[in-house]
Design a protein around this ligand. Structure first.
Ligand code: SF4
Ligand code: SF4
Ligand code: SF4
Ligand code: FES
Length: 957
């Protein structure tokens, strides 16, 4: 996979069962009906000159460069049709090269060039410019009109966007950028302003890009055929020399990118057209926010220290690893085998995660391994396994293009899964209906050319009530798919569930008081979901991160099963995974009770297979979950932790509790890129490697396994998988792998749903959706076709219980949390990029009524106090949130969003109840006590990193 230029077919491919045969330049060509003459030509190896056409966009027909001559039924068609807008017809005879066409094309090019600065030699896209190429193709040698006439060559650049420039002097007004923003991205930020000669591309109403609606996805930059819209890195570094296809390390969409390189330096990341998850699209994070990989804050040498009051000491890899191993063994000798554990991250590759759980189970000799999926999608794993039989989403992203009704619950894909949001928006523009269940009015409720048919603006914490009320409407109005249920579902469970759902206390009228959503809206949404055709559900952390997270997931599955919406394209139940490899980290056995492939550790047959392969005896008892590790640390029985790629101090709830637990431990080993919040409590620091520095695989929300390819050597000398291997060896447990492909071979051998996966096959197919085995050698795009994985689909009763986190006079508001487009998770990566220009602090959104009651104005500092703690943020007064609800993001450690979240968690999986915290909000004038402490502690830890001893020790250990 090393390629710089891909073929541009000029117009998108068409799918049709009907084929059309025509003749182009004497060559017979057969294409699906609806294919343009331009595309048919390129497919036949004949290139027609073009400027305004590109195969990611619908044809526009403005540049007149692609004209051809066509004969049909023995008669020449009138004029010179544009090949990009002319569909192929049977029997057509097309001429793409004639003297007359050459003359017309030269004339067109002359006009363009006479209004274009002649600075090709110093132009950043020299050698990669379609205008330059076309001048060569049409053989333009001179411009008869001269360059003196009226032109645009002196127009000023817009450099406001941190990642790309807009140089209007080079614009040929081909409209590709405008169409990309509309068709590909769905933001509608660009227009062509003015008419005729005056016309120019404009962001918003002649605004600078940064002031406009633009979300910096880069689609317009990718579409622009000239140097008008150009990446600043290309301007700075010049054109790339080579490229490799890899996978974005941010969200669960899992976009494919071509990393375009000059030597070992990334010039730009270009969304890969053949990437099955993104089909050539991207968002600001994957496209532009990769600079963190070379940020000066990266720690490139292993470090150790005795206590967290000591300065860090840089040491060799050998010393760091043998120190970590000896500490772990010392602790186990003194406090028992179970006194240490490991945490892996959904940011790591499958291979890395597999190794961490293997190290814990085989080298530590216990099952104390957990992953950050604990705090996001563990209820998905549990809920979908119980009902459908497999802990994963059912569809491909592409499947949404066959949906007639799209139900989004507790997710804001426009911020969290932007490329998929663009796809949803595209489908809605084509006519699909949209239901959004969310306490906030997100971009998925209302944005340009998009309006949800129903917005169920519920109170946080009442998901289970609403999902059961939706089912009540379906069953009480007889809208269920009885034949599907009879054929595919467990009938006893259906009978019990039906009885439960039909209870009057589950009716929308009864639930309206609980959820705050008027009954007729619930009824309307239920009817639409059940009767609107193919209906698909997409949900996120707004569903899972609740005391009843698992219950709601099961409720979602109930809803889909009872309407027959599982098991084909356009339907399904789809968790939108937050981080790049949430699906993979769960698949790889990183929960304490499960071996890879979701098989319980107590299953002696499965355990026996791993024991044989690993040459050890495994403990049949599940180990500690993350919150149990913290509790055990405070009890004094858990003393050592290996934490790879995860920042538990910032991302887990009740920060002060987590920090206290870490301070109670004797050896914390952190493997990461930066001195993150957890590393500030660590004793050994092992430098991590970014996604650009290692080989491996990520599995996205569609179960799609994609390759991560090393494009530069690891900056600290070792890829993450090599570090885990070295630590295992230091512990006396050899893991003799030479390459991550060998780790994947072991995963495949031991995990039925991965039996058919190999790097060779990934190379051949590009990506694979598991299960991939003897029954499905090329993977499984849609799950549960014909029957459910568990046999019969099981309905489970979803009794609503109000959360323990009660609103009271003292804490009268509900705080809920989420993320924003430009930042990612704990922000460790995105905060170290220009993305902070869009979002440089976490703010508290508050409704104007609640703000007025408290005398809070836009931008004021406000104290947010819960039963767990207090923090101070600035206020944004907005009607996006409803009265009684406040909202914040959690991307900056100093905001302390998790200082106020509580210890409450999902009953089945311990997933924290991040989305519901009762709080009071009041104007304040100074940071909270915790923030003041954090500032001192942080400053001291940064001093210790520089080898300086702070004036006073901050912790007593
Ligand atoms: S970067 Fe994306 S959102 Fe911004 S103008 Fe271009 S296409 Fe539109
Ligand atoms: S900015 Fe680029 S894509 Fe947009 S109209 Fe101008 S030349 Fe075409
Ligand atoms: S962050 Fe997500 S949507 Fe954005 S480019 Fe990366 S994988 Fe794609
Ligand atoms: S490429 Fe067909 S008119 Fe521009």
């Amino acid at each position: 996979m090393n390629q710089l230029n891909e073929t541009d077919y000029g117009t998108p491919a068409r799918a049709s069962e009907q084929m059309v045969t025509l003749e182009i330049d004497g060559v017979a060509v057969t294409v699906p009906a609806g294919t343009s003459v331009m595309r048919a030509s390129v497919e036949a190896g004949i290139n027609v000159p073009k400027l305004c056409a590109t195969d990611s966009l619908e044809p526009f027909g403005s540049c007149r460069l692609c004209l051809v001559e066509i004969e049909k039924d023995g008669r020449k068609m009138k004029g010179y049709p544009a090949s990009c807008t002319t569909p192929c017809e049977p029997g057509m005879k097309v001429q793409t090269q004639t003297p007359k066409l050459a003359e017309i094309r030269r004339g067109v090019m002359e006009l363009y060039i006479s209004d274009h600065p002649l600075d090709c030699l110093t132009c950043p896209t020299n050698g990669n410019c379609e205008l330059q190429d076309m001048a060569g193709v049409v053989g333009l040698r001179e411009v008869r009109y001269g360059y003196e006439g009226e032109n645009h060559t002196k127009m000023k650049k817009d450099e406001s966007n941190p990642y790309f420039t807009y140089d209007p002097s080079k614009c040929i007004v081909c409209n590709r950028c405008v169409r990309a923003c509309e068709e590909t991205q769905g933001t509608f930020a660009l227009t062509i302003n003015g008419r005729g000669f005056e016309s120019r591309v404009s962001a918003g109403q002649m605004e600078a890009f940064m002031e406009s609606e633009c979300v910096s996805c880069g689609a317009c930059v990718e579409a622009c055929p000239t140097a008008t819209l150009t990446e600043k890195t290309v301007i700075m570094l010049g054109q790339a020399e080579h490229s490799k296809v890899t996978t974005c390390a941010y969200c669960g969409v899992g976009c494919s990118f071509k990393a375009e390189m000059k030597g070992n330096e990334v010039v730009r990341m270009v969304p890969y057209k053949d990437g099955k998850a993104n089909q050539g699209h991207s968002c600001v994070k994957g496209r532009f926010a990769w600079g963190y990989a070379t940020h000066k804050d990266r720690i490139l040498n292993p470090m150790i220290r005795k206590s967290i009051n000591d300065p860090w000491r840089e040491v060799s890899w050998e010393e760091a690893l043998s120190y970590a191993a000896s500490e772990f063994r010392r602790i186990q000798a003194k406090h028992g085998k179970d006194s240490i554990g490991g945490i892996t991250s959904s940011r790591c590759t499958n291979e890395e995660t597999y190794l961490v759980q293997k190290l814990v189970r085989a080298a530590f000799g216990n099952n104390n391994v957990d992953t950050c999926a604990r705090v996001c999608h563990s209820p998905t794993g549990y809920g979908l396994k119980q009902t459908l039989g497999e802990s994963a989403g059912t569809q491909t992203f592409e499947s949404v293009m066959k949906s007639d009704v799209i139900l989004i619950m507790g997710a804001n894909p426009a911020a969290g899964h932007p490329v998929f949001a663009s796809q949803i928006k595209r489908r809605v523009r084509q006519g699909a209906r949209l239901i959004v269940i969310d306490p906030r009015t997100t971009e998925m409720v209302k944005s340009p050319h998009l309006k949800a048919d129903y917005h169920l603006k519920l109170r946080p914490g009442t998901n289970t009530a609403i999902i059961t009320a939706l089912a009540h409407v379906i069953l009480s109005e007889g809208l269920q798919n009885e034949s599907y249920i009879q054929e595919r579902c467990d009938l006893q469970s259906y009978k019990d569930w039906k009885e439960f759902v039909l209870r009057e206390d589950n009716s929308p009228e009864a639930m309206a008081a609980v959820t705050g959503v008027p009954a007729e809206i619930i009824r309307g949404a239920a009817r639409l979901y059940a009767t609107g055709g193919n209906a698909a559900i997409y949900y996120g952390l707004g569903v899972t991160e609740h005391a009843q997270g698992s219950t709601t997931v099961m409720g979602i599955a109930n809803l889909a099963m009872c309407t027959g919406n599982v098991g084909r394209e356009g339907v399904g139940v789809n968790p939108l995974r937050g981080q790049n490899n949430v699906q993979g980290s769960c698949d790889m056995g990183s929960f304490p009770h499960e071996l890879p492939g979701y098989r319980h550790i107590s299953d002696s047959t499965v355990r026996g297979q791993f024991e044989q392969a690993w040459g050890v005896t495994l403990n049949p008892e599940p180990g500690l979950r993350i919150p149990n590790m913290f509790d055990a640390a405070l009890d004094g029985s858990f003393k050592g932790l290996y934490c790879e790629g995860e920042d538990i101090v910032q991302s887990d709830p009740n920060t002060q509790h987590v920090a206290a637990a870490l301070q109670a431990m004797e050896c914390i080993v952190v493997q990461d890129l930066f001195l993150n919040e957890t590393a500030k409590y660590a004793h050994v620091f092992l430098p991590g490697s970014s996604f650009l520095e290692k080989d491996g695989t990520f599995t996205n929300a569609e179960r799609r396994i994609s390759r991560v390819r090393k494009v530069m050597p690891p900056k600290a000398g070792k890829s993450d998988w090599e570090v885990t291997v070295a630590l295992a060896e230091a512990l006396g447990y050899p893991m003799p792998y030479n390459h991550p492909s060998e780790i994947m071979d072991e995963i495949a051998a031991l995990t039925p749903s991965f039996h058919g996966v190999s790097y060779d096959k990934l190379e051949k197919l590009g990506s694979i959706q598991w299960p991939c085995n003897e029954a499905a050698p090329e993977g499984t795009p849609i799950m549960h076709v014909g029957s459910f994985i568990r046999g019969k689909g099981k309905f489970i009763n979803t009794q609503y219980f109000a959360t323990d986190e009660k609103v009271t006079q003292r804490y009268p508001l509900i705080l809920t949390t989420g993320r924003i487009l430009s930042q990612y998770n704990v922000g460790a990566q995105t905060r170290r990029t220009e993305n902070s220009q869009w979002h440089s602090e976490d703010r508290l959104e508050i409704h104007p009524h609640d703000a007025e009651d408290r005398g809070i104005r836009e931008g004021d500092w406000v104290g947010v106090e819960s039963r767990a703690g207090q923090t101070v943020l600035r206020a944004t007064v907005t009607e996006k949130v409803q009265p009684g609800v406040v909202y914040t993001t959690f991307h900056f450690p100093e905001s302390g969003a998790n200082v106020i979240t509580t210890d409450n968690s999902d009953w089945a999986t311990n997933c924290p109840e991040y989305k519901v915290t009762a709080v009071q909000v009041m104007p304040v004038t100074q940071p909270s006590q915790w923030q003041q402490h954090y500032e001192r502690f942080n400053r001291a830890q940064l001093d210790l990193l520089k080898g300086e001893v702070p004036a006073e020790p901050l912790v007593t250990k």
